[in-house]
Design a protein around this ligand. Structure first.
Ligand code: HEM
Length: 79
């Protein structure tokens, strides 16, 4: 599937503080977690939305299955 690409700084604006959307990147895909009560204001336990949290999943008490119910809204630009 062809996702729209977003830069790190575009993602950073969706941190739950600067814009209404709340996005999290995981393994190059960007998920919209705005509807989640667990990501209110962009905060999830000690983690903040608006960034790539791939490397942080190992600290979570859950697997990546938590992303299944969220929509992928784009892809994180690598450059
Ligand atoms: C100390 C670290 C973390 C803690 C204590 C934590 C805790 C939790 C808990 C208790 C839930 C709900 C129950 C469940 O689905 O298992 C949850 C859901 C979720 N977590 Fe985490 N988590 C952590 C880190 C992360 C990280 C790093 C990510 C992203 C890579 C993440 C993404 C999510 C998502 C997307 C959900 C689903 C939210 C929903 O269904 O509304 N979590 N987390």
């Amino acid at each position: 599937m062809d996702f729209k690409e977003y830069s790190k700084s575009q993602l950073a604006l969706r941190n739950g503080q600067d814009k209404v959307e709340i996005w999290v990147a995981y393994k190059s895909l960007i998920y919209d977690v705005s509807a989640s009560r667990l990501w209110r204001k962009g905060m999830h336990y000690e983690h903040w939305a608006g960034q790539d949290l791939t490397d942080e999943l190992k600290d979570a008490p859950h697997t990546e299955a938590v992303f299944e119910k969220f929509k992928v809204i784009g892809k994180l630009k690598t450059s």
